[in-house]
Design a protein around this ligand. Structure first.
Ligand SMILES: [Zn+2]
Length: 327
């Protein structure tokens, strides 16, 4: 009960919005290939400071040589499990249903961020990891579990302690999952304004774990995140997932970061997002159960566009044929 109430308070999107997005990816599976961090060929590249330059060069060489298809769009989905793990379970289950896979960032110990920010005291959410242990079974379906680094918060902003906690978190999580990647959690900020992302990788793990998002990243041709939906610093008009999908081009690699705790039915309304037209339209569409929200989103080379192109070509050929007989 309390879990649902908590989820409801922070959920800004009906779950069906995410589910129908997955269905859209599934229907376009001939054009979109969903990949994980495990599918990326890292070439021994641990150089996060240069955004894994060797990996990106290798990827592009392979595309140029046709060893990776230039006809496909490559999509990586990352979930940051900040709270309410049951809502991530729901997302994973639907991804599995549509034959998709994702990368899931998880804590070893979840810190109550508000409490820390307001009181300076670190309090842990003991239930978090016990819910997550059951996800081990999804690894065989291709789901990739990673560390959502929050050791700086856990250490109450003591950098030395934070490094030890980081190492220990990895050690403990590795007992359950194959942890090879991490992304720092935004989380609380120390009095100097620094967050989890300000901590460097402990030396012992520098050739063991890769920093893939938030503060450092592997390269993509485009990225989208639903993080901080109420932030005044991000224009809500630029948060329309449909616009992001419509920008995709074949031969390019994209990433979507979601926080599954935001996707719950019924959801709350974000006043900040409501400033953008798309958000109101999306809410109305799912409130009416119209089920066609993604129908008009054309990929750059979907059947319709191809047939339109063919029709034009036929028309042009026909014209040149007529020109020839009139000569
Ligand atoms: Zn997070």
């Amino acid at each position: 009960m309390s879990k649902n109430v908590e989820a409801k308070k922070s959920g800004y999107f009906p779950f069906e919005y995410y589910e129908s997005f997955l269905k859209y990816i599934f229907h376009n599976k001939d054009h979109i290939e969903v990949i994980t961090y495990n599918d990326i060929e890292w070439c021994d590249d641990y150089d996060h400071e240069n955004a894994y330059k060797d990996e990106w060069e290798n990827w592009n060489k392979k595309l140029a040589r046709g060893e990776i298809s230039k006809e496909k769009i490559y999509l990586l989905i990352q979930h940051d499990v900040d709270k309410s793990p049951a809502l991530t379970t729901q997302a994973i289950e639907y991804e599995k249903k549509y034959g998709l896979k994702s990368n899931i960032m998880l804590f070893n110990k979840r810190v109550n961020r508000k409490h820390l920010q307001q009181t300076g005291e670190v309090v842990f959410d003991e239930g978090y990891i016990s819910e997550i242990e059951a996800w081990k079974k999804y690894e065989k379906d291709g789901f990739v579990f990673c560390y959502h680094a929050n050791s700086y918060e856990q250490a109450n902003f003591d950098r030395e302690k934070a490094r030890n906690i980081f190492e220990n978190d990895i050690k403990i999580l590795k007992k359950i999952f194959n942890i090879n990647f991490f992304s720092p959690h935004g989380g609380a900020r120390c009095p100097a304004g620094l967050s989890n992302a300000s901590l460097q990788i402990p030396e012992s793990l520098q050739n063991d774990i890769r920093w893939v998002a938030n503060g450092a990243t592997v390269k993509f041709n485009g990225v989208f995140s639903d993080g901080g939906p109420n932030l005044k610093t991000i224009d809500p008009n630029k948060r329309d997932l449909k616009d992001f999908v419509a920008s995709w081009k074949p031969g390019k690699r994209y990433r979507i970061i979601t926080h599954p705790q935001y996707y719950v039915t019924p959801c709350s309304i974000s006043p900040r997002l409501l400033e953008a037209k798309w958000y109101g339209e999306m809410l109305a569409s799912y409130a009416n159960q119209s089920n066609d929200y993604w129908d008009n989103v054309g990929l750059n080379f979907n059947e319709e566009n191809v047939s339109k192109y063919k029709k034009i070509k036929i028309r042009l050929n026909h014209l040149s044929f007529l020109k020839n007989i009139w000569k």
